[in-house]
Design a protein around this ligand. Structure first.
Ligand code: ARG
Length: 569
């Protein structure tokens, strides 16, 4: 990292100041004209017994002759430096060439070579409910966080914690037995199951005994009644078949589909432990863990009829995952409405005496709405994700047919661009922020969109194709000192940092926006400089090499957010 040069020079100039203070003190000036880095001298006033504005010139004087600095200036209390441009380019090129996969890391690998496990619970769809665009967020955020961690050397285990258990399945079973027509349900899939669910609620209004039947049906399920379980299995299969089409489009995979039903026989031990530790209290017939001391409502563990609930299964799941995967972290990606749920569950795990409670992390995200209004499962205006993705592909196909009708694999590219556009848009903002979905923003080829970044990658690929095979040699960094090349150099240097920041904060948008910045910088460079027809062979090679680095960064960056990078489009 080039910032080290400045830190080391400062360390030599002010040996009395501890290294960490020097490093922490370095700033990047807001105005580029002020310098590449700045060091404020306020903290030195005491030791030097001088005003900061008097210290700055003294330090600047000591740095002045360092050949790695183009210019050193004292401005008020600040020491500002301009790094030698050639040196900067050279250092980035060297790092890029030396790395196996520039930007990747070994944070997830232990000294003995084994990898730390990260369990990621995301997507986690609900059986017999629509996979709507709200679920898109958990799916793409989780997928990106997984890729970021893999890039840093972790071993990831992605879990689709299916919502496949609970009293609603008793209702479904009753509805299916009474009014279900296998052929209609097969043909309509999840929509067919939803119809039955709606019908159940309508009929139950007239005939409340249906609710008792449903409860009885769920009890039979809990007691392993084969007949009713085989019905339930159908609902699960129908849902999984449908979502797997969406997962294929998104190119998202899971290592485990152990959902809520998986834990139906794994709750006795945790409940016994809760009891043993005196954590369970009776409250209106139900068993709860009192969390008032922690300013939270009680965590319901067993309902008055003795049945378990969502939280009980999450407690069992966390323990099972720890035992099975010995995770370094277990991450849960869900909407903000589950913040309280996870705070309660994590607190209960802590109270049970498990010291790894601190490795459980909830990663919440805001809502997606369509331009017209909020999405809802209960009302009729649910947008199925599969339809939305197919529409994105169709719209992209139309655009491509206009822009580049001769493209060989147009269909494949339309899919990569259409789906990529939706994913990119979803990951463009800080995850807590609510997202409004609008086609204009998603598919604009010139805006801050997926197609724009993909298009820039295709542009790089085209330049490199035309150039033919690049020689294996180190480019001449003195040819990359113009302002456009420098902008790119600095961004490339920052890639490893951005990857780490995105992983640490669980924020894919850091990568999404970064790819836009790189694409924009490259497009400027491309318009300002001739690459293939550069003035001399060394310049041409250096610019081609820069193009090669940008192509790598864009492709890798896009893959970290789960977006494909076609070479032609
Ligand atoms: N199925 C739930 C939903 O759609 C999300 C499950 C999240 N994971 C968990 N372990 N609770 O809201």
């Amino acid at each position: 990292m080039i910032q080290n040069i400045f830190a080391e020079a400062l360390l030599a100039a002010i040996p009395d100041l501890p290294e960490d203070q020097i490093r922490a003190g370095i700033e990047i000036p807001k105005e580029k004209t002020m310098g590449d880095f700045a060091f404020p001298c306020f903290r030195l006033a005491k030791a030097f017994r001088k005003a900061p504005a008097m210290i700055a010139p003294e330090i600047a004087e000591k740095l002045k002759d360092n050949p790695l600095f183009e210019k050193v200036e004292a401005v008020g209390p600040y020491v500002n430096v301009f790094i030698d441009k050639e040196h900067w380019a050279q250092s980035v090129i060297r790092d890029f060439m030396e790395a196996d996969q520039y930007g990747s890391g070994t944070e997830g690998i232990r000294e003995d070579g084994t990898r730390k496990n990260i369990v990621l619970d995301y997507s986690s769809i609900n059986v017999a409910k629509p996979f709507h665009i709200g679920h898109l967020r958990t799916t793409v955020i989780g997928n990106s966080i997984k890729k970021l961690h893999e890039f840093l050397g972790y071993n990831t285990i992605s879990v689709n914690h299916l919502g496949d258990w609970g009293t609603q399945f008793g209702k479904m079973a009753v509805a299916y037995q009474k009014w279900g027509d296998p052929e209609t349900v097969d043909a309509r899939g999840v929509r067919g199951l939803m119809d039955l669910y709606v019908r159940f609620h309508e009929e139950a209004k007239k005939d409340p005994s249906l609710d008792d039947e449903a409860r009885a049906a769920f009890t039979r399920m809990e007691n392993n009644d084969e007949e009713i379980l085989s019905l339930w299995q159908r609902f699960v299969d129908i849902s999984l078949k449908e979502v797997s089409r969406v997962y294929d489009l998104l190119d998202v995979q899971f290592d485990s589909y152990n959902g809520e039903s998986f834990y139906r026989d794994k709750m006795d031990a945790p409940i016994a432990l809760l009891r043993e530790k005196g954590l369970l209290k009776e409250s209106e017939g139900a068993q709860v863990v009192d969390l008032s001391e922690f300013n939270m409502p009680p965590c319901l563990v067993l309902k008055s009829d003795g049945s378990s609930i969502y939280a009980t299964r999450d407690i069992a799941a966390a323990i099972y995952r720890k035992n099975t995967y010995d995770f370094a972290k277990c991450l849960y990606v869900t909407a903000t409405e589950q913040i309280l749920h996870f705070s309660q569950v994590f607190k209960v795990i802590e109270l049970m005496g498990y010291d790894w409670y601190a490795d459980l992390v909830h990663i919440p995200y805001g809502y997606v709405s369509l331009e017209e209004g909020k999405l809802s499962t209960r009302e009729g205006n649910v947008i199925f994700l599969e339809d939305l993705l197919n529409e994105a592909i169709a719209k992209t196909r139309d655009i491509m047919n206009e822009k580049n009708p001769d493209l060989e694999n147009l269909e494949e590219v339309a899919q990569q661009v259409g789906v990529g556009a939706v994913v990119f848009h979803d990951l463009f903002n800080n995850r807590i922020k609510d997202v409004t979905f609008s086609w204009d923003n998603v598919l604009n080829f010139d805006g801050e969109t997926g197609p724009y970044v993909q298009y820039t990658f295709a542009r790089c690929s085209s330049v490199l194709r035309k150039a033919g095979k690049l020689e294996k040699k180190v480019p001449d960094a003195s040819k990359l000192t113009d302002e456009y090349a420098q902008e790119i150099i600095k961004l490339i240097e920052d890639f490893p940092n951005r990857v780490r920041e995105a992983a640490k904060k669980y924020e894919p948008y850091i990568i999404t926006r970064y790819t836009v910045a790189v694409a924009t910088a490259y497009n400027k460079f491309y318009h300002e400089n001739s690459i293939l027809n550069a003035e001399d062979a060394e310049t041409r090679f250096a610019r081609l090499y820069l193009t090669k680095m940008v192509a790598y960064i864009l492709k890798t960056g896009l893959s970290l957010i789960g977006v494909k990078a076609p070479e032609r489009m």
